[in-house]
Design a protein around this ligand. Structure first.
Ligand SMILES: Cc1cc2nc3c(=O)[nH]c(=O)nc-3n(C[C@H](O)[C@H](O)[C@H](O)COP(=O)(O)OP(=O)(O)OC[C@H]3O[C@@H](n4cnc5c(N)ncnc54)[C@H](O)[C@@H]3O)c2cc1C
Length: 403
């Protein structure tokens, strides 16, 4: 640790209470909540604001996530423009079946893109402060086992240092925060899936009013949306595939073959305005706190996107972290900071289980053969025929209650 500090030409040293690494949804939301509580903080983000806004990712928000956006004073547009979805379709064996969230779990989810959540947070922070520091890449974090951690970063070609009381590691799965912790200080639990998702964004009307998750012998497909004229579709693909292997025509043909006939008939196609392949992974690092360095969001855990939990879990961590830091500053108590890791991980593992289960139920796993396929179909049949099974899906999808 000391070696890094001594090796760096420290040209500028500044000070804040909470240094936040990363301006994804986790970092921006935490910054905003702390700012509203009067706690000084600085967000350091290695990319430009435009780059961060250009990333197309999650789009399903749990009720608790929308409530947290309200608390941060940025929920108004989401409530106005987001779509309230009271169910999803599950397609298999040539038919589509509805899981009714309202009837089964008395709740719903909101469809509102992660890009829009990010845009709303950015607008609030630039109007009201503190403005995140873009193109400021954190290169090392030290002394988080003491009272005064140091965050070293590169900005405008210079190496600078931020001294703080706490570091919030909100820098995603490949960030510097977890990397700064010695490997022996945490346990990593991981599962990589033998396939990826090829996603297409197109300026076409969504094929259905609700999301459709399709299990097909050719592989999984998902019909999702961002607005009345912006659709997001996915098909399961090989990890060896490249985006260039999938011209638009091939993508639309494959999607049509995997979804139910009614949806295939209604599908409106158009040029892809974004196309990308994402591998699927489950990952958890335990614990999530190392002295005065606290991890949140993708920096601590990853879920396959099948259960729509990534962004919602990140928001849940931030809710706990903001509460803990506010308690530290207002009440001079560290009880919530001490409980932070355990509180988060309880929810994280439930979301990991649900995301793993949805992934296992809906994707083609070639290595499980004909037996695996028969078991999947039997489970899907049970799901649509049993109120208890459908309720378990609905409860988890809309988001479990906070303890
Ligand atoms: C390709 C992709 C598709 C996804 N699709 C879905 C989906 O459909 N549904 C769903 O629920 N979830 C999805 N997710 C997950 C969801 O988007 C994440 O859970 C969510 O973005 C987590 O937010 P975060 O702020 O914790 O991390 P991130 O959004 O990853 O933000 C981390 C930020 O830290 C910055 N950073 C990294 N290193 C440094 C450094 N050294 N210094 C400064 N800044 C740094 C990064 O540039 C980034 O802006 C997807 C994720 C990916 C990667």
């Amino acid at each position: 640790m000391a070696a890094l500090r001594e090796a760096l030409p420290l040209t500028t040293i500044s000070r804040t209470e909470v240094a936040i690494v990363g301006a994804g949804p986790s970092g921006l939301l935490l910054s905003r909540l702390l700012h509203r509580a009067g706690i000084d903080n600085v967000v350091l983000e290695r990319r430009s604001a435009e780059y961060v806004l250009g990333r197309v990712r999650a789009g399903v928000l749990e009720k608790g996530t929308v409530a947290l956006l309200d608390e941060a004073g940025v929920g108004e547009r989401c409530r106005r423009e987001g779509f309230l979805h009271e169910g999803i379709g599950i397609a298999f064996d040539g038919a589509r079946h509805r899981i009714d969230f309202q009837a089964l779990a008395e709740s719903a989810v909101t469809i509102y893109g992660q890009t829009e959540v990010t845009r709303d947070l950015m607008a609030a922070l630039s109007a009201d402060g503190p403005a995140p520091r873009y193109e400021a890449e954190v290169i090392g974090i030290e002394d988080f086992d003491g009272d005064s951690p140091l965050v070293h970063y590169r900005e405008a070609g210079e190496t600078r240092t931020l001294r703080c009381a706490f570091v919030a590691g909100c820098d995603g799965s490949h960030g510097k925060s977890r990397e700064s912790v010695p490997g022996r200080a945490y346990t990593a639990y991981e599962r990589a899936y033998p396939f990826g998702w090829l996603g297409v964004l197109s300026e076409t009307p969504p094929v259905s009013d609700e999301l459709i998750y399709a299990n097909h012998e050719r592989g999984f497909a998902l019909c999702s949306m961002r607005s009345h004229h912006l659709s997001r579709y996915y098909v399961q693909c090989s990890l060896d595939d490249h985006v260039e292997d999938w011209p638009d025509e091939r993508f639309w043909d494959e999607l049509r073959r995997r979804i139910d006939p009614e949806a295939a008939e209604a599908l409106v196609t158009g040029p892809a305005i974004e196309k990308s392949i994402a591998p699927l992974r489950s990952f958890v690092a335990e614990p999530m706190r190392f002295g005065r360095l606290l991890l949140a969001g993708d920096a601590a855990h990853i879920v396959p996107p099948t259960g729509a939990k990534g962004l919602n879990l990140a928001a849940a961590d931030i809710r706990f972290l903001a509460e803990a830091l506010i308690e530290h500053y207002r009440e001079k108590s560290d009880a919530a900071l001490d409980a932070y890791s355990e509180r988060c991980l309880k929810r994280v593992w439930k979301a990991e289980r649900f995301s793993w289960w949805m992934t296992s139920l809906l994707h083609l796993f070639p290595e499980t053969g004909a037996f695996g396929r028969k078991i999947q179909v039997a489970e899907l049949d049970y799901l649509i025929g049993s109120r208890a099974a459908a309720t378990a899906l609905a409860e988890n999808y809309v988001g479990l209650n906070f303890d």
